[in-house]
Ligand binder design. Sequence first.
Ligand code: GLA
Length: 341
Amino acid sequence: MTRDAVAIGRRIRAWAPGRVNLIGDHTDYTGGLAFPMAIELGTRVIGVRGGDRVQLRSGAEPEPVDLPLHLPDPTVVEPAWGRYVAGVINEVAPATGFTGSVSTTLPVGAGLSSSAALELAVALALGFDGSPLELAQRCQAAEQRASGVPCGILDQLASANGVVGHGLLLDCTSLAITPIPIPDDVEVFVLNPGEPRRLLGSAYAERRAACEAAAALVGPLRHATLAAVESLDDDVLRRRARHVVTENARVLAFAEALRNDDLVTAGEAMWASHASLRDDFEVSTPALDALVASLRETPGVYGARLTGAGFGGCVVALARPGAIPWSSPVDASGPARLEAS
Ligand code: GLA
C-alpha cells in the first residue's frame, strides 16, 4: 500500500484489554466456573484497511509481520508473534488486508492474556463483525491454531465482555456472563515475581487431558460430586478432578462474598484456590508460593493466589487500598472495542 492510500483511508483504532483471573483457574475447559476481570492494561491496533496483505509493526517486537489473506498453517509463521495474527486471519477471513501498528501496555508472557488482547484487537481491526461471544469464540480458535495449546475460552471471553468496575462470573457451560461490582473498599493487585514461564504448552495439554480422563470415569466435572471424585483410583486423576470440583465451588463462594462485601470470605476462597492449584493441580512454582505466603503475612491483604495457567506468571491479590504499597492496583476495564479515530 502506498503512503497516499494510507493517508486517504479511514484510520481504524481497535483496543482490547488483558485480564486477571480473580479465581477459577483450569476450570474453563471442563465447562466450569471462573471469575476474571478485564484490566486497563491492553493492546491497541491502529492502521488502515485495504490491499491483500496484513502488515503490522509492534513496538514490543523487533520483526514486523507481513502475511497474505490466505495461509494454510499459522504455526509455521515467523516472527512467532505473527502466529496469533495468522490465526485471527484464518478465523475472521477478512475481505481486505490491513497496514498498521500494534502497541501494548501488557507485559508479554506474564499470564495477563497478552495474546488474547492481541487477537481481539487484530480481529476488530480486520473488520470482525459479530457479538462479543462470537468474537471470543473466533479468537479462542485462533489462539489454539496459533499456539497448538488446547486453551479454554476464559481469556477471550473476559477481554470481549469487560465491564468497568466489575468482575465477571463466567459459566463456561452455558457461556453466561454475570458482571459483579468490585466493592469500593478493596483493590486488586497483580504481582509478578518475574520468573520465565516454563513447559506451559505441554503441561497445560496434559492437565486438560487428565481432566478429560477423569470426566470419562465420573461424568462431566461440572456436575461431579466430591465423593465421586474421591473414589477415583488413580491418584493423579483424583487430585486433578478434585481441584476442578472444589474450584467451581470456590468461584461461587467468592462471587457471593463479593456481592455481600464480605471480603474476608472472598479472600479465604483465594488462599484455598492457591493451595489447590499448588497441591492438587500442581501448576504453581516456588516463586509464586513464596509470594503468596508473604502476602498472607501482609496486613490488609484479604486473599491472594496464582492467576492464569500457572507454571510462572503472576499472583493476584485482593487487599485494602494501600495495603501493598510497592505495587499499583489494577482497575476493571470495559470490553474490546473499535475506538473513534
Ligand atoms: C490460560 C488459558 C485459559 C485458562 C487458564 C487457566 O490462560 O488460556 O483458557 O484455561 O489458562 O485457568
